[in-house]
Structure formats: C-alpha cells, structure tokens
Design a binder for this molecule. Structure first.
Ligand code: AMP
Length: 194
C-alpha cells in the first residue's frame, strides 16, 4: 500500500495535533520516505535540500521516541551553522507543543557557554548543535553523550565543507554503538557516503 497521509504514519495524537496546528496537510516525499524507517529504528540516509520538510522528517520520529521522564540527553542533531541549529530547534519545539516534558536546546558558538551549561544541567533530552560547540561541551563534560540513542547529521555535506569532519567523527565515536543514525545531505559525494 502506498503511504500518502499523516494518518498512515502511526503517529501519536500529540504529534498529529501539532502538525495540524502548523498547517501541514500532507507529508512531503522526504517525510513519507524517512518517517516509517526511522520509526522502525532503522538508520536512514536522505538526499534533501532545505525546504523539503527534512526537519520534520527526522524530528517527528525523535519526538515520538524520546522518553520525557528521563531527563538526560537522548537525541543529538548536528548542524553546520547556528542559524540552522536555531531553526531546527524552533521547528522541533513547535512539533513538541503537545508532548509534555520534552526539553529541546540549541547549542552553538557565539552564545554564552555558561548559559548553555545551565540549561544542559537542568535536563535536556534533545540537543541541536554545531559540531565545534558540541565538542566543547563534551570536553568540559557538560554534555555527556553516553545516553544518546539518536544522532542526526543535518546538511552533512555543508558540515564537511566547513571542515567539521574530525569533530563529527569524534562525536559519533563517543555516542553508543547501538544508536540510530540519520544523515541528510543535499549532495552525496564520496566523502558523505564514507
Ligand atoms: P525544512 O525543509 O525542514 O527546512 O522545511 C521547510 C518548511 O516547510 C518549514 O517551514 C516547515 O515548517 C514546512 N513543512 C515541513 N513539512 C511540511 C508539510 N508536510 N506540509 C507543509 N509544510 C511543511
């Protein structure tokens, strides 16, 4: 059977309600392609540009899977720029409107690290960050990644172009092996496939 509607995707009533509030009528192709696999726990590689609905494609499954009663990092989304990190955090916050107890935090360079540390200490499940600042928090032990179950590499080609390869690899190496990973990229050069 061809999936075409949000009703076909086995989503919670809280997410359905948020999606309706946001004015989404039908899932976009990347959402139809990625959401069922991510909901089943599979890893996904998606080729998608900005504007295709990729944020909700990885964000909805994360919001469905995060445990609101467990106040530790569970999902880490890596983005190339602070603008994208903020934008992704805003979209996820809207999608999480009816999900109680889920905390979402963007962390990026240029913002006071003390403020971020305070928010991280208060208990955050979903962290959206630029690789440099995420590494900084890992070194300071203000972000412990051993409880992370979901990792998203958003705009992975941009992150490689910006020289974040080593940081991305270190971050991935430090998260649990059995984590679920999703990678989104506008292009699929060999470095991304590696
Ligand atoms: P993105 O590609 O994730 O940056 O999303 C681009 C824009 O499309 C954002 O403003 C989203 O809120 C919006 N969007 C995402 N999914 C849908 C959908 N299924 N229907 C309509 N708009 C959407």
């Amino acid at each position: 059977m061809q999936l075409t509607r949000f009703e076909d995707l086995n989503l919670s009533k809280e997410i359905h309600k948020a999606v309706r509030d946001m004015g989404f009528e039908e899932p976009t192709p990347i959402q139809l392609g990625a959401i069922p696999h991510l909901m089943m726990g599979k890893d996904v590689i998606g080729q998608a540009q900005t504007g295709t609905g990729k944020t909700a494609a990885f964000g909805i499954p994360i919001l469905e899977k995060v445990d609101p009663s467990f106040k530790k990092p569970q999902a880490l989304i890596l983005c190339p720029t602070r603008e994208l990190a903020i934008q992704v955090a805003e979209e996820l916050t809207k999608l999480a409107k009816y999900k109680k107890g889920i905390k979402i935090l963007p962390v990026y360079g240029g913002q006071s690290i003390q403020r971020q540390i305070k928010s991280l200490k208060a208990g955050v499940q979903i962290i959206i960050g630029t690789p440099g600042r995420v590494m900084d928090h890992m070194r300071r032990r203000t972000l412990r990644v051993e409880t992370i179950n979901y990792v998203v590499l958003d705009e992975a080609d941009e992150m490689l172009d910006m020289g974040f390869r080593e940081d991305m690899e270190t971050i991935l190496e430090n998260t649990p092996m059995e984590r679920q990973t999703a990678l989104f990229s506008a292009t699929m050069p060999k470095a991304i496939l590696d």
